[in-house]
Write a protein that binds this ligand. Structure first.
Ligand SMILES: [Zn+2]
Length: 296
């Protein structure tokens, strides 16, 4: 189980994490956000312009801390990796305050009706421009290229800082925890493909939205792919024993789980089961919300 380190951590203070990158931690720690969301300000410290990645929750103290980190530079782009409530709600007030455009991931439209499982979705996000995979934003001495990485959400983008080889990974890859994949918008098959996509890249370092910088990125990604395959293997073994409901997988698969995370674990198992169903390895019977899963 992950424990959040004891306070104080440097909320509101800009930290220089590499020559072109400043990090500001938002005051929103939780079991889902670890010590909180990290906003990145990218640009030359003495340059005329910068980009702000994942402005975070709409919190006046955090907005003030971002403006202090921007230090008088023009914000060329407010860039969001995805539209969860701990990442994008500050985009609109920051844009209103500075006139900067919101550029980056697509707004999320949930295609599935019924009970909304993705409660973390931010409906206020309205970008001025959506970046396609491989499209770049440029400023003085910096280039940020979008790398489409759906899975955690369907609209998730990472941003590659071409000048240093760093990749801003949002919630796709984090050092403190694996990504939560919540259907219907989260998709395990897409997530695995997006991990494979990072394995094929040469990024030297990851800056994720939560937790410390990752200095051996591909080693971590390889471990995450292995972890998901292991989870999938557990699910297939449990299905082979007997048909079962999603909640029946949790005690066998997540020993000592923080009770606050049971819902997330059930969503993750559901995401795996949907992926197995798509691949013709599992099927469900019973009414929606009361399904039993079995092997084929
Ligand atoms: Zn997220």
């Amino acid at each position: 189980m992950v424990t959040i380190p004891p306070q104080p951590w440097p909320t509101g203070l800009a930290e220089d994490v590499e020559p072109l990158v400043r990090r500001v931690l938002a005051p929103n720690p939780s079991p889902y956000t670890f010590t909180g969301t990290q906003t990145y300000v990218v640009g030359m410290a003495d340059g005329p312009d910068c980009a702000v990645i994942d402005p975070g929750p709409n919190d006046p103290d955090h907005l003030e801390a971002i403006m202090a980190a921007v230090a008088g530079r023009t914000i060329v782009a407010i860039m969001c990796t995805h539209t969860h409530r701990d990442h994008s709600p500050a985009a609109a007030p920051l844009a209103a305050q500075t006139g900067a455009p919101i550029v980056g991931c697509a707004p999320l439209v949930l295609a599935v009706d019924g009970p909304r499982s993705d409660e973390a979705f931010d409906p206020t996000y309205a970008p001025d421009r959506v970046l396609a995979d491989g499209e770049a934003m440029r400023g003085t001495g910096w280039t940020l290229t979008a790398v489409a990485t759906p899975g955690h959400t369907s609209n998730h983008l990472c941003f590659a800082l071409e000048e240093s080889g760093a990749l801003f990974t949002g919630d796709h890859v984090m050092g403190w925890s694996t990504s939560v994949v919540i259907p219907p918008d989260g998709d395990m098959g897409d997530y695995m493909a997006s991990l494979d996509k990072l394995m094929a890249r040469e990024d030297v370092r990851y800056h994720s939205a939560h937790g410390a910088a990752i200095e051996k990125p591909r080693q971590l990604v390889r471990g995450m792919i292995g972890h998901r395959r292991q989870r999938e293997g557990q699910i297939l073994r449990l299905l082979a024993e007997a048909p079962r409901a999603v909640s029946d997988f949790i005690p066998a698969m997540y020993k000592g789980l923080d009770p606050r995370l049971v819902g997330a674990a059930e969503m993750s198992v559901t995401a795996h089961l949907i992926d197995l169903e798509k691949r013709g390895l599992a099927k469900r019977t019973g009414a929606h919300g009361d399904e039993t899963w079995q092997t084929i």
